[in-house]
Write a protein that binds this ligand. Structure first.
Ligand SMILES: [Zn+2]
Length: 358
């Protein structure tokens, strides 16, 4: 079925023309709750949860200057860092982003991890920002138990119904499929949910955003599954590449599939990454990865964002906020030789293209 809003971008306040949208963060959270399932069920966060066990910090203590460095290294140390539910706090942070020149936020919290259509709508109204909501399901720990027995068509129907009818009251319609969560190795139930998401992508013309497992092979494997299920790799975003692949050759072989290559952990400058054994790049190295993609002719596939998912990422809690890329990363892009036209492609034109319903 063709989407009734083909050629437009679907925001939480309804469809808009693509050129209504300017600078866009492609992967953020405004409301998210990692405690929607218990800590014991956090298989895909196992490394961080295990790390939290060995540090003598009380999980219930508030975020403070004396535990700040430890919890910034590993947010799983404190309960307070695992939920972003404070609407006033987030609204103020979004206002900073708007003041800095931001126009649109893509809010990819999956169903089951605290997605809150009504709150997204309220925050869009309060800030004047365009907000695009996601749909679909995260890693297996967060999927509904009935997925164990549902087939991929039935899961695709759940996503399609969400896209067609919207969620909440008044109904809020998703404008992107994702972030679809995959662990590594991939669980068969995650493969089923990704195939369902790819079918929903293909049938509606929405873009598809995938959180790949933490392994260098995971991005290409996810693209292979999307293609096999009938989805369009050129309408697919592979997220979190800054914690997944590290060598230029791997960025280039992924870009050759035609997908969007998203580094969305800008602002996470610490070398320590609690969820896998990797050397986390800093923002300057993330920009080097963009330069390598640009040099090989793949600038039109580059997307960036912060993946704000905790209070720790917002200014009142010592964080950088949703405006960090505009304020601090665009100057690095310029210093390393990207032109204003290049920056506009990354920040405006590529987001517009992938968000425009095809
Ligand atoms: Zn995310």
């Amino acid at each position: 079925m063709a989407h009734p809003n083909k050629g437009k971008i679907m925001t939480v306040l309804g469809p808009v023309e693509p050129d209504a949208i300017g600078i866009t963060q492609m992967h953020e959270h405004m409301i998210i709750d990692f405690l929607a399932v218990g800590l014991d069920a956090q298989g895909s966060h196992a490394a961080a949860v295990a790390g939290a066990d060995s540090v003598g910090i009380d999980w219930f203590e508030p975020i403070s200057l004396s535990n700040y460095y430890a919890v910034r290294r590993n947010p799983f140390l404190l309960k307070e860092a695992m939920q972003l539910l404070d609407v006033d706090l987030v609204t103020a942070a979004l206002q900073d982003y708007r003041k800095a020149g931001g126009s649109c936020v893509v809010e990819v919290t999956p169903i089951g991890v605290g997605r809150n259509p009504g709150m997204l709508r309220k925050m869009s109204e309060a800030t004047g920002l365009h907000v695009v909501m996601g749909t679909g399901f995260y890693v297996r720990d967060f999927q509904p138990p009935e997925f164990a027995t549902m087939d991929e068509e039935a899961i695709a129907d759940v996503i399609l119904k969400d896209i067609e009818e919207g969620a909440g009251s008044p109904a809020v319609r998703p404008g992107i499929v994702g972030e679809i969560g995959m662990a590594w190795p991939m669980h068969p139930q995650e493969i089923k949910a990704l195939r369902a998401a790819a079918k929903a992508q293909q049938r509606t013309g929405l873009g598809l955003s995938i959180h790949p497992g933490r392994d260098v092979q995971a991005p290409l494997e996810a693209i292979r599954i999307v293609e096999e299920a009938g989805g369009d790799p050129t309408r697919t975003i592979i997220c979190h590449l800054d914690r997944t692949i590290f060598e230029t050759k791997d960025f280039l072989s992924l870009a050759k599939t035609g997908c969007y290559c998203e580094q969305d952990l800008f602002g996470w400058e610490t070398r320590h990454y609690p969820l896998s054994d990797i050397d986390m790049p800093n923002d300057a190295i993330r920009v080097d990865n963009i330069m390598a993609l640009a040099d090989a002719g793949h600038l039109d596939q580059v997307l960036v964002s912060h993946d704000v998912d905790s209070k720790l990422r917002l200014k009142p809690y010592g964080g950088e906020g949703y405006q960090h890329i505009i304020e601090n990363v665009i100057p690095v892009m310029r210093r390393k030789g990207l032109s204003q036209a290049d920056i506009d492609r990354i920040m405006i034109e590529n987001p517009r293209r992938v968000l425009t319903i095809s």
